[in-house]
Design a protein around this ligand. Structure first.
Ligand code: NFS
Length: 661
């Protein structure tokens, strides 16, 4: 029998094996040793009060099992899911709050270390929010009003989030009809916690509607706000070349890793590692220079804007330390394994926590403060440099790395389809309508040691592009593709179906577009809304030949993302066992009932082949319902725009200087 790999990333597998031979434990070992609790994993356990925990097991548990209070299994499973969605929404949105507070601090001149980088984007956002701009108003005044408008979204008690109006009218109407239009972000999260408290909401359907509402407050609130502010402050991404995998670490340079999610400190570290005094200091310690790399979503943020290389996604974090080459690993919030500090003791790596919200025993804590950002960044970089001479254990040095292209913001995707003056989503819509592109898939979410990590991402990426499906990726989905060498235009030539290949060649793009961090899933909502506004097939997000997949999810944030896509009209398929498996009623509500109401749904399917078939089935049924040309590989109709030769030449001219090849 073939050996079951722990990671599909060859370099990761090599490090894992090295670790095993040196008796170093990682999440892969722990995942094998600790089997999931068979009751909790299916959503059949309630532990919200101290009469329990109550287990809902046995035949006919769905109908007959009761908790001490009388709660039924569907109530408990729905309540558990709502709590996960609320926690996920809280994580993204608290991150967004920090970004809004940073924007306010920059606008009011409280911090000198940041600037407003993208004034055009600021004005675009101001226009959506109804903030006055132009006519001699200073950038800082506009930025302050924008920050205040965003902050209102957190504390609003009545009405709706500012960005609800960015969704297509029909999508908004569905939300109104079912009472899930999000009000204030904090209100939705608090209400979700209230409803799931002992003895409050017991109706599974009502609980699940609340899961959609709190998740919409994330997608069209927290996450979208975070994406927009990050673009305003640090620049809206455009294509940039970079590298991925463990080979990014350098033997003769100081290696610093930024890990977590919030990009503000990492942005400043990018500046500081380039300061001549810092480089000179590194040289004084015997290093040739300073090498910055990223991990998880902080990596995605600085990769998208500065081409900082990434060591990969979630399951690669311990392995980075095991290269023995990381002099400092600085973390902010979310998806940081507490195991890092214990493991770091076996090497010389310093783990540095920077948020009072996220401390780890055994780490050095340096509290980040945006008012002293540069000073703090210098302190961190110095720790790394001072630590360079202390490298003691030669870890598993792997040299594998892959080139990649990232930086596909929704603004750039629009621009690449027609240049500055004719930017639109028309070519993409047309390519889908004539069947050159079969559909679009968002490949997102975590990588997970419970399966061959990153393997399902890789499998789906290849199979989907073979089937002429354009992929937009985010988060660790992007990291899995990047560390596999999939994020380059050549990938289209070698692996894409004939229609997708032509489109990618015409524009000069990879068949998998890296859109950014997990909060940047909000870019997919913006793209889908723009495609609906462009017209030609669906005038709402629901019903488009588009599917979201999180094949190896593990974080509660993924549940919030899945729910806001489902509520927005996208069928979503998650890998792994269903966290509500125990309840047929809850499963039916999330699939059939949500489909009828919102045209979106949430499925859980552990089998990768089935995920693929389910996805293609959704896409083909959507094409049929929209009366689009039946998809047949290699046979398409003629678009009005994309394949017109003059347009094609213009597109090439427009795209190439930015892509740099
Ligand atoms: Ni998303 Fe980013 Fe990765 Fe999963 Fe964690 S890093 S926010 S949650 S593990 S994709």
């Amino acid at each position: 029998m073939d050996k079951v790999l722990k990671s599909a990333n060859e370099a990761a597998e090599q490090i894992i094996e090295w670790g095993e031979s040196h008796k170093m434990e990682t999440c892969f070992d722990r995942a094998q040793r600790l089997k999931p609790c068979p009751i909790g994993v299916t959503g059949a356990c309630c532990k919200i009060c101290h009469m329990g925990p109550c287990r809902f097991v046995g035949q006919n548990a769905e109908e007959e099992a009761r908790g001490v209070c009388g709660a039924t299994l569907p109530t408990v499973a729905a309540r558990n899911l709502l709590r996960m969605a609320a926690a996920g929404a809280a994580a993204h949105s608290d991150h967004a709050r920090d970004m809004a507070l940073l924007l306010l601090a920059v606008a009011s001149g409280e911090t000198k270390d940041f600037q407003i980088t993208d004034v055009r984007k600021l004005n675009r956002v101001a226009e959506i929010l109804g903030v006055e701009f132009g006519n001699g108003r200073s950038t800082k005044d506009v930025a302050r009003d924008v920050a205040l408008k965003f902050l209102e979204d957190f504390g609003r008690q009545k009405g709706e989030l500012n960005y609800v109006k960015r969704a297509p009218q029909k999508t908004q109407e569905r939300w109104k009809r079912w009472g899930i239009t999000p009000r204030g972000i904090d209100r939705e999260i608090t209400e979700a916690m209230h409803r799931t408290n002992m003895g409050v909401d017991h109706d599974p359907d009502n609980l699940l509607l609340s899961a959609l509402r709190v998740s919409l407050a994330d997608g069209w609130g927290g996450s979208m706000i975070s994406t927009d502010i990050t673009d305003i402050l640090f620049g809206t991404p455009k294509p940039v070349k970079a590298e991925a995998s463990f080979g990014i670490f350098k033997e003769d340079e100081v290696n610093i890793v930024v890990h977590g999610h919030e990009p503000s400190l990492a942005e400043i570290i990018v500046d500081v590692v380039n300061e001549p005094e810092m480089i000179a200091y590194a040289r004084s310690k015997g290093a040739q220079g300073i090498n910055l790399g990223g991990m998880c979503c902080t990596a995605n943020e600085v990769l998208m804007r500065h081409g900082i290389p990434t060591a990969g996604g979630f399951t690669n974090q311990e392995l980075a330390i095991m290269t023995g080459l990381v002099d400092a690993l600085t973390v902010d919030v979310q998806c940081i394994m507490p195991a890092l500090t214990e493991l770091s003791k076996k090497f010389h790596t310093k783990v540095i926590t920077t948020s009072y919200k996220a401390k780890i025993p055994g780490a050095i804590h340096i509290q980040y403060d945006e008012h002293r950002a540069k000073e703090i960044a210098r302190e961190i970089v110095k720790i790394a440099i001072d630590n360079y001479p202390n490298r003691k254990v030669k870890g598993s040095h792997v040299t594998q790395k892959y080139p990649l292209i990232a930086g596909f913001s929704h603004e750039y995707i629009e621009y690449m389809q027609g240049g500055r003056w004719r930017a639109s989503f028309r070519p993409l819509n047309d390519a889908i309508m004539v069947g050159r592109i079969r559909g679009v898939v968002g490949l997102a979410g975590c990588d997970n040691p419970r399966v061959t990590s990153q393997g399902i991402h890789r499998f789906l990426a290849i199979e989907l592009i073979k089937n002429d499906v354009l992929i937009v990726s985010t988060g660790c989905g992007s990291a899995a593709c990047g560390t596999a060498g999939f994020l380059i235009p050549e990938m289209a030539l070698e692996n894409a179906g004939p229609g997708l290949k032509e489109v990618c060649e015409a524009i000069g793009i990879p068949p998998i577009l890296h859109l950014g961090a997990c909060v940047d899933n909000s870019r997919i909502l913006t793209i889908a809304s723009a495609m609906a506004a462009e017209g030609g097939f669906s005038d709402e997000i629901g019903g488009m030949p588009a599917v979201g997949i999180a094949p190896e999810w593990m974080s509660e944030k993924a549940i919030a993302i899945g729910c806001y896509f489902a509520a927005s009209g996208v069928p979503v398929i998650f890998g792994g066992e269903s966290p509500v498996e125990a309840s047929e009623e809850v499963t039916r509500l999330m699939t059939e009932v949500w489909s009828e109401r919102f045209k979106g749904s949430l499925h859980f399917e552990p089998d990768p082949e089935k995920i693929l078939n389910l996805t293609l089935g959704y896409i083909d049924r959507a094409r049929e319902a929209l009366k689009l040309r039946k998809y047949e590989p290699g046979k398409f109709g003629v678009e009005r725009v994309l394949m017109d030769m003059a347009a094609r030449r213009e597109l090439e001219r427009a795209a190439k200087p930015h892509l740099g090849f």
